[in-house]
Design a protein around this ligand. Structure first.
Ligand SMILES: Cc1ncc(COP(=O)(O)O)c(C=O)c1O
Length: 348
């Protein structure tokens, strides 16, 4: 597959900005108008007065190791949200090219595509929240560039079937699989199929299982040509020094991340059992993520009453297939008890 043909012509010929730290990270650095006298913020092992490595060599090497790919297959962004935005900007010519969404799903795909003024097509997931392959095939246009699928999906919480995602990969457009929640699932990443399907782009983030939403770090694994276009279009110093440092330290603690995930999964099981006993709970959908999708008698009233008690969940009931559904992030045991106590009070 020649990805060059999918890229917008102006991006193909774009001459990228050439930043100073691209050439030299060490030496007598008088090339970037930094403050050589130092920073007002004293940090022991990071030179905050210097621009960071624009290519994030160290971080990409570590993430590549963890994911069993080469650093050339890896792009690091300011959260997955930057990755989504760049993909749309690289591949979708405004008013001409389309993205295809499998809804209900994470809202940023639509927002990023709309900002780019790309066409947004949407297929409903099936009733059990799986990919409806015939309707995807029917919705494809000649100018569909990207199919976004999220597995485990937000807000439905379930994994999409691997076989179905691989079927999507045979259709032609790039298939972006958002694995933000994959560490909570019992299934390995779809990136294992990457060599067979070079149009597969897998997105991951440190915001969920790693507990680092505050540092804003996401990444994607893709064909080196796609990665090189992302490098060309991103802002020169997108990942800041503090974020890089925090991520590198955190990524040494794989075991701790796994242990936290295990605790969370136990807590999710307990919360699910407790929620089942509440009189207005109609259905709790199976979850492969760190949240539960719950159908209740009246989602809007429940949501508003919980807000009054300073407990905030997400009302998803205006989305297709999600009538009267709320999304509840698994909290700490104390937080979940507060939720349940407030909920019981509302039900009285
Ligand atoms: C499916 C999905 N993808 C991506 C993100 C955002 O990830 P990041 O924090 O890396 O931008 C979220 C956040 O809720 C999400 O639910």
């Amino acid at each position: 597959m020649n990805f060059d043909l999918l890229v917008r012509p102006n991006i193909r010929t774009l001459k990228p900005y050439h930043s100073a730290r691209q050439d030299f990270l060490n030496g007598v650095l008088l090339d970037a108008n930094e403050n050589a006298f130092g920073s007002v913020l004293k940090t022991e092992d990071i030179s905050l007065n210097r621009y960071p490595d624009p290519f994030q060599h160290e971080l990409r090497k570590r993430l590549a190791e963890l994911n069993n790919v080469s650093p050339e297959n890896l792009f690091v962004g300011v959260g997955s949200d930057e990755v989504i935005d760049l993909l749309v900007r690289i591949f979708c010519e405004p008013q001409r090219d389309a993205v295809l969404l499998l809804e209900p799903t994470y809202g940023m795909y639509r927002v990023a595509a709309s900002v780019q003024n790309a066409l947004v097509d949407s297929c409903l997931l099936t009733e059990d929240f799986q990919i409806d392959l015939p309707s995807v095939k029917a919705a494809l246009r000649e100018t569909t560039k990207l199919i976004f699928c999220c597995s485990p999906n937000n807000p439905t919480a379930n994994l999409l079937r691997t076989q179905d995602i691989l079927e999507l990969c045979k259709l032609g457009p790039l298939v972006v699989v958002d694995e933000a929640y994959i560490d909570f699932a019992q299934t390995p990443s779809i990136s294992a199929y990457f060599s067979e399907y070079p149009n597969l782009i897998v997105m991951r983030t440190l915001s969920k299982a790693w507990g680092l939403a505050g540092i804003r770090l996401g990444y994607c694994i893709a064909d080196p040509l796609i990665i090189s276009y992302m490098m060309k279009v991103k802002s020169p110093y997108n990942i800041n020094s503090l974020t890089s440092k925090a991520a590198l330290v955190a990524l040494q603690n794989v075991e701790q991340m796994r242990a936290t995930v295990q605790s969370l999964l136990q807590e999710r099981k307990w919360l699910q059992t407790e929620l089942c006993q509440l009189p207005d709970v109609i259905q709790i959908f199976p979850s492969d993520a760190n949240f539960l999708l719950v159908r209740v008698q009246n989602a809007t009233v429940l949501y508003q009453e919980l807000v009054k008690r300073n407990i905030i969940i997400r009302n998803r009931s205006t989305e297709p297939r999600l009538e009267n559904c709320v999304r509840i992030t698994v909290g700490t045991h104390e937080e979940n008890e507060l939720l349940l106590r407030a909920w019981r009070e509302i039900m009285q």
